[in-house]
Design a protein around this ligand. Structure first.
Ligand code: 5GP
Length: 213
């Protein structure tokens, strides 16, 4: 697959893509609509950051990102926690439940190298991209409470798709309430694609029609 980028100068051998060909389609062409622009996300995240900073004043929170989908939200949110409480540390846990496509398998797998003695007694802020059925986040919370002895745990999720809950769970910090649509962008993927786009949009159904869903 040839790739054309703005930075690919005349000295590279990358062939320019022709407009109107299948190859020239971009991720933007696959969006049915944009729900939140980059600037919508930035202003909401700075509000969340200020709220978290006020709530955790004098505490030393451990900000724990739930990978992979939260990576972009995480990096913007930690910088928005202002003024930043002393002792704030950062770590990550990997959770996966989506095999492929747009439906969760419900079987949540966690991968982490967190050291129990470093997490015990900490005030944990979990950072998630989206809470949908809530199976993932409640699995992570159960792990932290039962295996790691944390002092407290709260969740900051960029999106809350509460219509699809399987478990009754309410995250403490929510960026936006998400309609019951499959969304991509700003870290959220479809089969590992679309994570890099700077806004959140709804994928056109024809993009996953081949999966029969
Ligand atoms: P839950 O366990 O709450 O059903 O789902 C949590 C995970 O499912 C999220 O971390 C995310 O990876 C994935 N997910 C749920 N809804 C969507 C969606 O609309 N778009 C994308 N890209 N991922 C989703």
């Amino acid at each position: 697959v040839s790739v054309a980028t703005a930075s690919a100068g005349p000295t590279t051998s990358v062939a320019p893509l022709k407009k109107g060909t299948a190859e020239a389609r971009t991720y933007h062409d696959d969006m049915k609509c944009i729900l939140w622009t980059a600037s919508d996300l930035a202003s909401r995240i700075s509000e969340l950051g200020r709220q978290i900073a006020a709530d955790y004043e004098g505490k030393a929170p451990l900000v724990l990102g739930v990978l992979k989908g939260s990576f972009m939200f995480y990096s913007d949110l930690v910088r928005a926690i202002e003024p930043c409480p002393r002792g704030l540390t950062m770590d990550f846990i990997r959770a996966s439940s989506y095999g492929s496509g747009t439906e969760s398998t419900g079987d949540v797998k966690l991968k982490t190298d967190l050291k129990k003695e470093k997490v015990a007694g900490r005030h944990v802020i979990l950072v998630e991209d989206i809470v949908d059925t809530a199976l993932t986040i409640t699995t992570v919370i159960r792990y932290l409470q039962e295996e790691c002895d944390v002092a407290s745990v709260r969740t900051a999720t960029l999106l809350d798709k509460h219509e699809r809950r399987v478990i009754n769970y309410k995250p403490e910090y929510v960026g936006f309430t998400c309609p019951n649509e499959f969304v991509v962008g700003y870290g959220l993927d479809f089969d590992e694609e679309y994570r890099s786009i700077p806004y959140i949009g709804v994928l056109k159904p024809e993009c996953y029609a081949h999966l029969g869903i």
